[in-house]
Design a binder for this molecule. Sequence first.
Ligand SMILES: [Zn+2]
Length: 67
Amino acid sequence: MSHRTLPTVFTLTRRERSGQDCIWCGHALSAGAVPAGIAVGYWGSHNRSTQVYACPGHPNGLTEETQ
Ligand SMILES: [Zn+2]
């Protein structure tokens, strides 16, 4: 199973962290966003890991598989 490594929460924009933008291409997700996984991040002892979303065409970040 091919799968691109998710970025950490600290490399994401605020909109990407809040699920408003695709984490792979930055496109605004208005409808049909799919869960891309958990972006991991720790701030000291605080776990800031969060669910992130992507376009339906490349949930794993593999743009060449966009349909
Ligand atoms: Zn995208």
